[in-house]
Design a protein around this ligand. Structure first.
Ligand code: BES
Ligand code: MN
Ligand code: ZN
Length: 493
């Protein structure tokens, strides 16, 4: 979306967008082209032609200096309660309306969305974010593609300084859409190799380096768990390392680890035919790590980051791993593989071991890991677990709330730490038949980070959504990207 701030358009713009609060006395005197429009707004509101409930869009005709305008009002509710989430709704519904009505140019009196009760920066940032995120569309594989929607939005404001905040929001939206784009690709196209090459191509002209280990290197360097999962497919596994150094050379990096299973059939512990549908989305954790590094690079944050993506296709052939097999992990420990559908923790075990070699200050991993996390928290919440990272998880949970992401902590206790050792013949097992499967998986993955601070995010539920919302269409969501970038920004201050 093209956004212009305090710039005049060469053409006459028909549409004017104004924020409308619940209490008309909360409206400041609104001037457009030196003419007050507040009386007209009051009259329209009194006659219920325009409405003020949060995100309500009303369209009506307004004359300004004898010229007809399409007035779009956007309900703001009670200004005292205009939270970050409500602002996301307000802008999301606004842009979705513009798109649906094919409105290609509009002026926004953004100051009408501001009041003494809320933060100018939030108004600007949410506008920028939603101008990209809320109207995302994916129709690469449709014959009747919609023309890309590229409207021009002219923002009128007394606060020139918001330009950078709007821009930052837009950048974040683009990074989320990048993650969505990768996630939506069908698994016959987006194989581990293709995924790796897409990432390499994306960062080619940026200050981000991408290193790809192919299947042979994965074997020769001892990634036994990643290899075990990947060897059952003709599309071999890849270990992708993405490095961004924006910090001082001796700053310990933050490691972002992603589960990149490009298809999860379950392997010999095969999924049901319903359970298998949508399992192309089993690489959303990895796609979101790509999105995170993308926004970190766009904002040139002064941090060092290393992304580690473990990508494989969990399939069935004569070489596939089978329940009862034992594999040696990169850490040197042996794992008895009792359920081939518990493949995520296998590839992540090796990826986390590898990440520790960069001596990071913190490892965060993102994975569509367990149905059990969905059972525990519902489809709309992520589960977070920590190992030696109490302060970090607390600040991340606070930030998640502030950027409207739902993340809740679950524990890793001695029970799970024992259960992962419950093998008669190997050091570890990848599966328990008992309950608490999300906790078991978390204990398994964090085992490989040892004493390094580590937060594990199980995003099996919110990585995708099955209905459209003010944040965009159904499908992948880019979950955790907003939280992680905001947290990193605050760490840099
Ligand atoms: N990718 C799945 C988890 C998943 C399930 C993500 C549903 C999104 C929606 C994971 O690899 C898996 O199969 N987990 C199993 C683990 C079990 C075998 C211990 C599960 O949750 O059933
Ligand atoms: Mn699985
Ligand atoms: Zn999986």
């Amino acid at each position: 979306m093209n956004i212009y701030i305090n710039e005049k358009s060469n053409t006459y713009i028909e549409t004017l967008i104004v924020g409308l609060p619940e209490h008309i006395n909360q409206l400041r005197d609104i001037k457009y082209k030196n003419q007050s429009i507040i009386e007209q707004l009051e009259t329209l509101k009194q006659h219920h032609i325009i409405g003020s409930s949060v995100g309500k869009i009303s369209s009506t005709l307004l004359y300004i200096n004898d010229q007809p305008k399409r007035l779009l009002t956007v309900g703001l509710g009670n200004l005292k309660e205009l939270s970050y989430q409500r602002l996301l709704k307000v802008w999301g519904y606004t842009f979705q309306y513009l798109k649906q009505e094919h409105i290609n140019e509009a002026e926004v009196l953004i100051d009408t969305f501001m009041s003494k009760h809320n933060d100018v920066v939030e108004v600007a940032k949410t506008l920028g974010l939603q101008s990209e995120q809320s109207i995302y569309q994916f129709d690469n594989y449709k014959s009747d593609k919609k023309a890309p929607y590229q409207p021009s939005i002219y923002i009128q404001t007394e606060h020139d300084e918001i330009a950078s905040d709007i821009n930052e929001g837009q950048q974040l939206g683009m990074s989320i859409n990048l993650a969505r784009e990768l996630s939506q690709m069908p698994p016959n196209i987006l194989t581990p190799q293709y995924f790796a090459e897409e990432i390499e191509g994306h960062f080619k002209d940026k200050k981000v380096s991408v290193d790809i280990k192919d299947a042979e290197t994965i074997v020769s360097e001892g990634f036994g768990l990643l290899h075990a999962v990947g060897k059952g497919s003709v599309n071999g596994p890849r270990l992708i390392t993405i490095t961004y150094n924006g910090g001082k050379s001796n700053d310990a990096p933050i490691a972002l680890v992603g589960k990149g299973i490009t298809y999860d059939s379950g392997g010999y512990s095969i999924k049901s035919k319903i359970g298998m549908q949508t399992m192309k989305f089993d690489m959303c954790g990895a796609a979101n790590v790509v999105g995170m590094i993308d926004i970190i690079e766009r904002l040139k944050l002064p941090v060092n980051v290393v992304g580690v993506i473990a990508s494989a296709e969990n399939m069935i052939n004569e070489k596939s791993m089978k329940p009862d097999d034992v594999f040696t992990s990169l850490s040197g420990e042996t794992v008895e593989m009792l359920n081939s559908d518990a493949e995520g923790r296998m590839v992540l075990g090796d990826a986390v071991t590898y990440a520790t070699q960069f001596q990071p200050q913190l490892i965060m991993d993102f994975a569509t890991l367990t149905g059990a996390a969905i059972v525990a928290l519902g489809e709309d919440k992520a589960a977070a677990f920590h190992s030696h990272a109490k302060n970090e998880i607390n600040s991340l949970l606070d930030i998640a709330k502030s950027v409207d992401e739902k993340v809740f902590e679950l524990p890793i206790t001695d029970t799970e730490k024992q259960l992962i050792r419950n093998s008669d013949i190997a050091d570890l097992v990848n599966h328990t038949n008992g309950q608490g499967k999300a906790l078991f998986a978390a204990a398994f993955i964090t085992h490989f980070s040892g004493q390094t601070p580590h937060i594990h995010f199980d995003i099996a539920g919110p990585a995708t959504i099955n209905k459209s919302t003010f944040k965009g269409p159904k499908g992948p969501t880019g979950y955790m990207i907003p939280t992680v970038v905001e947290w990193l920004k605050q760490q840099c201050q």
